[in-house]
Design a protein around this ligand. Sequence first.
Ligand code: MN
Length: 230
Amino acid sequence: MSSTFVIDPPAVISLPVTGESRRFAVNRIYCVGRNYADHAREMGHDPDREPPFFFMKPANSIVTDGKDMAYPKLSNDVHHEIEMVVAIGKGGANISAENALDHVYGYGVGLDMTRRDLQGEAKKMGRPWDTGKAFDQSAPCGEITPASKFGHPSKGGVKLLVNGEVRQEGDLNQLIWNVPDTIAYLSTLFTLEPGDLIYSGTPAGVGPVKKGDLLEGSVEGLSDLKIKIV
Ligand code: MN
């Protein structure tokens, strides 16, 4: 028992880093909504009209590569959303798009898991999305690949296989708000801090998962993410 805290402090949530024994400590998780035109359309929205919008997940919703994700409670319609994840290494507010990539430590492959039924209900009632988006184990994320060694990807395939079948496929060059623009915009709303993650949005093809499914996500040039639903 700690002599400083009245309860045991929460553990630091972290992700492995490619080619490093040290890990990336996770602070906050921001997610961009509807950032690929074909996904915006499949959700019934006009992709040309909207500035970016954001929602959050708690850091402890991370599931690391190779781990199981328990099918969440109180939902019968849990969806996969494959996304590239931007890992912030240097904080700041009102960051310009020109300087934005200087704030990026690296990139990973993530799944923005969604209780679509609860999210749909929240949308209908004009309520927050937290129960649909920010539940336990809702943020699987793979190894972080440092930009210092592998650069900043602005194009390349984003793909999700479920049980070996292609379910989602897109390209980073289809992002409505690219990584520099997203960081610039987000940093006007929040002061970014080291350890923050940004889930950059999902291409079309979102759909339900079931117990026993193996999800294999990839972004060209980054380490794959494998998660089993149990
Ligand atoms: Mn998403």
